[in-house]
Design a binder for this molecule. Structure first.
Ligand code: BGC
Length: 749
């Protein structure tokens, strides 16, 4: 068994190369000073060029600006500002020409509960963006999965703000470590695709701070260069014109954010003065694109008329230049070498520079296996021992001789669909569609990886060209093992990227292409059926998950391009699964306490009346037991928890316990810390406030310590407008999931 920690460290070393890139990071203060001096030398036209996009179809990147055509010498430094290239997106390069890696989206990184992998993925993505000459990575996306059908929820880290905050922090630290700017999106709450261009999210101050804002707060802590405001309105005002969010007295500036705010593409709906005075520093893509945009064409006139002061314009430009200087992008940054207007990569401006590396491929495979969540495993072995030859269940042994692979989700996906934009669900699902997708130019599908691996010891029969309810079971009947694949997909709303009738948000929670029926029909004829689900979020499972012939279920999420190899690693036990659900799985949407507003009337008001109660927090409060709960996931081994000790005051906490691998396989456990606030605080009963990722050889034990910061034990006090630690008794729950609590203690603050 490979030690997952050893692999993480290896990949980490290979990827961690900023110093050799030959740039020197500056402090914020030094960068601000240089930026100010530079701005003081610019003409009005030059400043306007810095804050306006060049137009949707006038750039080699998805966004760009017109920098001054001359250089400046300030404090002995030559400042030559290039066109600043902005490109999608959160899961690696999209529209960046060929030879890029198809990283898994954030929802799978969240399922690893592994900060090292979150960071390493950020470094690897940053290296690819830098290699293509992209200055600003349009990610991470940290939108909370308010409802499981939300089209872009897989771009982010799920419904829990703490997990999302850790994911955002590590991603940004990784990306920016190689000198690429990150841009966290989309502020404020942006949680569904239908009506996104104008719906109004009504959310109270406390809910906003504690849930939706939390990952942005962590982004600021990670020194993120930019934040993107969303299309929709928040509490009655468009996000990009919302001073309460982006103004000097708003959330992000009072939190200490020193970078710039850029609009989502076409998310400006008001006048130049409205947006600039509210706090919007840059408009993209710069022209009107049917849904909005183009308002900064009026900015120069607004400055001339005095509606926007020149001091404010200077501030906008300073905020754009500062992170560019801070990350040393003035020192030998690669030129833009691709053309985002040419998705096929055939245009002469697309040099198709190869930014793929073996280390990136290995990392994607590692994240794929580390994010696979083992939901069920009824294992039997020939001699009845844990280490005996497997007859049924996982990990598989090479004594399994006849294998059926069933379901179209096992086969190569359609790499050409939507002009290379992944706008279909045709083959295996590795990532959703829309701007959060990546090039998806190279994928190793499950059927190829399984066939390769099984060569020499097993025969593979398959029925994977459709989810044929006759052909699939026919192939599965009489085999030692059937592996049945099913999926569900969603994506971003666009103008025409409606996939099988789903306009971004999923129409329902169901598996696509009769996946549920296929699973049931295969299980009916093969008493060793292993189910693999590729999905962007929860899908119903209760009609088949307890079927006695279904010996194992793997929820593999959206694993990126190395989907097949990463699955093989888990199936045959090269990797002991340690993925945990970053959301709860239930059949019934009502269990989540929220809904998607489809409707027919333009621009609805969405009332976030559920407040702090999303996903497991809601289910817990309502006594709802989901099919599989948040934080849940099995291993091929077992772990025991003992000896809890808590040291805590009102300003910090430290929780220790002993973790022992009590089974016969080496493996990784994800201990989770849930905090129960004093009852007067009005919090859900348990909220995630810590986790770790601990590899232990069989029989080994380790003392694990999880620290809790003051903010993590605080609530947002709407009266004092501060984070406040409520006084009273805090319960501390250490568990293997939200429902599988192994140790309980308390402290008083
Ligand atoms: C999306 C953003 C994306 C931008 C540029 C918008 O439609 O909402 O997430 O970064 O397009 O492609």
């Amino acid at each position: 068994m490979i030690s997952s920690r050893a692999v993480v460290l290896l990949v980490f070393c290979l990827s961690s190369i900023p110093k050799s890139l030959g740039f020197v990071e500056r402090s914020w203060a030094e960068s601000i000073a240089l930026a100010n001096e530079t701005v003081n030398l610019m003409t009005l036209d030059e400043k306007i060029g810095m804050v306006r996009g060049v137009g949707q179809f006038s750039s080699r990147c998805v966004g760009n600006i017109s920098p001054p055509s001359r250089s400046f010498i300030v404090s002995g430094t030559n400042i030559t500002i290039p066109p600043l290239c902005f490109n999608d997106g959160p899961a690696g390069i999209r529209l960046g020409g060929s030879n890029v890696t198809g990283f898994p989206p954030a929802i799978n990184v969240a399922a690893t509960f592994n900060r090292d992998l979150m960071y390493s993925r950020g470094v690897a993505i940053g290296e690819e963006f830098r290699g293509k000459g992209i200055h600003v990575y349009l990610g991470p996306a940290v939108d909370i999965m308010r409802n499981p059908k939300a089209g872009r929820a897989w771009e982010g880290f799920g419904p829990d703000p703490y997990l999302g905050g850790e994911g955002a922090y590590q991603t940004i630290m990784g990306v920016q470590s190689v000198g690429v700017s990150a841009c966290t999106k989309h502020l404020g709450p942006y949680n569904q695709e239908h009506w996104r261009y104008g719906l109004n999210a009504e959310v109270d101050d406390r809910t906003f701070r504690e849930l939706y804002w939390w990952p942005f707060m962590k982004s600021v802590e990670a020194n993120v260069s930019a934040l993107m405001c969303a299309y929709n309105e928040v509490n009655g005002t468009s996000s990009c014109h919302n001073a309460a969010l982006i103004g000097d007295e708003g959330y992000l500036r009072t939190e200490g954010f020193q970078g710039f705010v850029v609009s989502d593409w076409g998310a400006t709906h008001d006048t130049a003065a409205d947006n600039a005075n509210a706090g919007l520093d840059m408009e993209q893509p710069g022209d009107w694109i049917l849904i909005g945009g183009g308002v900064y064409s009026g900015l120069e006139a607004a400055v001339d008329d005095g509606e926007v002061t020149e001091a404010r314009l200077n501030q906008m430009v300073t905020r754009i230049l500062t992170p560019w200087l801070r990350l040393g992008q003035d020192q030998g940054y690669p030129d833009i070498n691709f053309n985002a207007q040419d998705p096929d990569g055939t245009d002469s401006l697309n040099l198709n520079v190869n930014v793929r590396t073996d280390a990136h491929t290995a990392l994607v495979r590692q994240i794929g296996s580390a994010s696979a969540v083992l939901l069920k495993n009824n294992r039997t072995t020939s001699d009845g021992t844990a280490t005996g030859t497997t007859i049924r269940g996982l990990p598989l042994s090479k004594d399994i001789k006849t294998i059926a692979v069933v379901g179209q989700d096992a086969q190569q996906l359609n790499l050409d669909c939507g002009g290379g934009l992944n706008e279909c669900n045709d083959g295996t699902m590795v990532i959703g569609w829309g701007s959060g997708s990546n090039n998806v130019e190279f994928t190793v599908p499950p059927i190829d990886a399984i066939t390769d691996f099984a060569q020499g010891f097993a025969t593979i029969s398959s029925d994977i060209t459709s989810n044929d309810l006759t052909g699939g079971p026919a192939v599965a009947e009489g085999k030692d093992l059937a592996i049945v694949f099913a999926n569900a997909m969603s994506g971003e709303l666009g103008f025409y990227n409606i996939v099988d009738g789903n306009e971004g948000d999923r129409n329902d929670l169901n598996l696509w292409w009769k996946g549920g029926s296929l699973i049931e029909d295969v299980a009916a004829v093969c008493n060793n059926t292993v189910v693999v689900i590729h999905s962007v979020g929860p899908v119903p499972m209760s009609s088949w998950n307890t079927h006695p012939n279904i010996t194992a279920i793997i929820y593999a999420g959206a694993p990126g391009e190395q989907t097949g190899p990463s699955l093989v690693d888990v199936l045959w036990g090269a990797v002991n699964p340690s993925g945990r659900l970053p959301f709860s799985i239930d059949d019934d949407e009502a269990s989540y306490g929220t809904s998607i507003v489809y409707g027919i009337d333009p621009f609805p008001v969405l009332d976030y009346t559920e407040g702090l109660f999303l996903d497991y927090r809601y289910m817990d409060s309502q006594g709802i037991t989901p099919v599989y709960e948040f934080g849940y996931g099995l291993s091929y081994t077992t772990f025991a928890y003992s000896s809890l000790s808590i040291e805590a005051s009102a300003s910090s906490g430290s929780v220790s316990f002993i973790l022992t691998n009590t089974g016969s396989f080496d493996g990784t456990e994800i201990p989770q810390l849930y905090l129960g606030f004093p009852s007067s605080a009005g919090e859900p009963d348990k909220v995630l406030r810590g986790f770790d990722n601990v590899f232990l050889a069989s029989g080994a034990k380790e003392t694990v310590t999880i620290d809790i910061s003051q903010k993590e034990m605080s609530i947002w006090d709407v009266v004092s407008q501060e984070w406040v630690v409520p006084s009273g008794t805090f319960n501390v729950y250490i568990g293997a999931s939200i429902s599988d609590i192994r140790l309980t203690g308390s402290f008083t603050a």
